[in-house]
Design a protein around this ligand. Structure first.
Ligand code: SF4
Length: 366
């Protein structure tokens, strides 16, 4: 990132360069810039505080910085816009932000208030390449990875949409995209979220969800003490190959064995997400297989009511069947919760608002 900063200021004046988003920088990189600008390194922490604690939208707003430093910053960097292009507000308190990025890509973030918590669902990519059959985002394909500043900018944008007295308490990487397919940028964003000089969020309040990229999953848990959620959604390779094609590369046995070997597996529960699709993955036999499969792990299962979208190939399992499925898991000594669909009136499931606003780009194949 700091590679855009050249030591030769004469050359810098002669060759106009695109401004970089300062939100992509780590502390050390910003310190390097500040020192090269003739200031003391501690100024970098002041700038980070303006960005991540106070949500400053301009360098001019950073009033305790010397004016020449503010000018140097403005000549070299932008502060990427976090203003949502559209906010949909549900009657249940859920708010969905459609954020337009600098190149006009649009991504979604969702504020979800539940039981004394306010959780932000964060996107990691514009679109997704994983092709899960039950997911509206999959229809887009992958447009591009998000930069660290674009990932973090969703948090700043969401803070501006909070009600009086409300604060974000939890962060889940379950929005658009597969976070572990954008690992290096996710890593930078997580580092800024957690660092005392950044947002100071406890890693225990962060959950990264993956559809099962095994090597990156192992790397993530070796580098960060965040929570892991695995999108499982099936109990046989035959079904999972179809509805979550990444299974062809990392089949169920390999995925579950990898989860069992994770360093956090002994200390904390891993959450397994399971979207309930009628007559696809919701039989009593599926429930018994799931209980057996997860028995060796400290696991928790989230049973998710499928939120249908136009052209979806599935229908939601009836509530009675979901509850019967849950009861079988409980008898198998598994903790299983039902995740009610939030914000149905605002198309709050991943990718749905984008699809509503960009029907051509999110049309079903064929
Ligand atoms: S469920 Fe997640 S990993 Fe699968 S296509 Fe949708 S966004 Fe990508």
């Amino acid at each position: 990132m700091i590679g855009v900063i050249v030591a030769d200021e004469t050359a810098a004046r002669e060759v106009p360069r695109a401004l970089s988003d300062i939100r992509d920088l780590a502390l050390g990189e910003l310190e390097q810039f500040v020192v090269e600008a003739g200031e003391r390194a501690f100024r970098a922490r002041q700038i980070m505080a303006w960005l991540w604690r106070r949500g400053a939208e301009s360098f001019a707003a950073m009033r305790d910085l010397p004016a020449p430093l503010r000018e140097r910053l403005a000549a070299r960097f932008t502060i990427g816009s976090g203003a949502p292009a559209h906010v949909a507000r549900s009657t249940d308190g859920t708010r969905k932000l459609l954020i337009r990025l600098g190149d006009a890509e649009e991504i979604e973030s969702v504020i979800i208030p539940t039981d004394g918590r306010t959780t932000l669902c964060v996107s990691s990519q514009a679109g997704c390449a994983m092709a899960c059959e039950f997911c509206a985002t999959a229809r887009m394909g992958l447009h591009r990875n998000l930069a660290p500043g674009e990932i973090l900018g969703q948090i700043i944008a969401a803070r501006r949409e909070l009600f009086a007295g409300e604060t974000l308490t939890n962060y889940v990487f379950m929005g658009m995209g597969e976070p572990l397919a954008n690992y290096e940028r996710l890593k930078r964003a997580l580092a800024t979220m957690i660092a005392p000089w950044g947002m100071g969020v406890s890693p225990r309040r962060i959950t990264v969800s993956t559809v099962g990229l095994v090597p990156a999953m192992e790397r993530l848990l070796a580098e960060f003490a965040v929570n892991l959620a695995v999108s499982l959604h099936a109990t046989t390779d035959e079904v999972r190959d179809r509805i979550a094609p990444i299974n062809r590369r990392y089949p169920l046995r390999a995925l579950i064995d990898a989860c069992a070997g994770l360093p956090i597996a002994r200390r904390r529960r891993i959450t397994f997400e399971y979207v309930m699709l009628e007559d696809v993955n919701d039989s009593s036999e599926d429930a018994r297989r799931l209980a057996r499969m997860l028995a060796p792990l400290r696991a928790k299962v989230n049973l998710i009511f499928f939120n249908p979208f136009p052209g979806a190939a599935f229908t939601p399992s009836p509530r009675a069947r979901v509850e019967a499925f849950q009861a079988i898991l409980h008898r198998g000594n598994l903790t299983a919760t039902l995740r009610e669909s939030r914000g149905r009136d605002i198309a709050a499931a991943c990718g749905q608002l984008y699809a509503e606003r960009n029907p051509a780009a999110a049309a079903p194949p064929g």
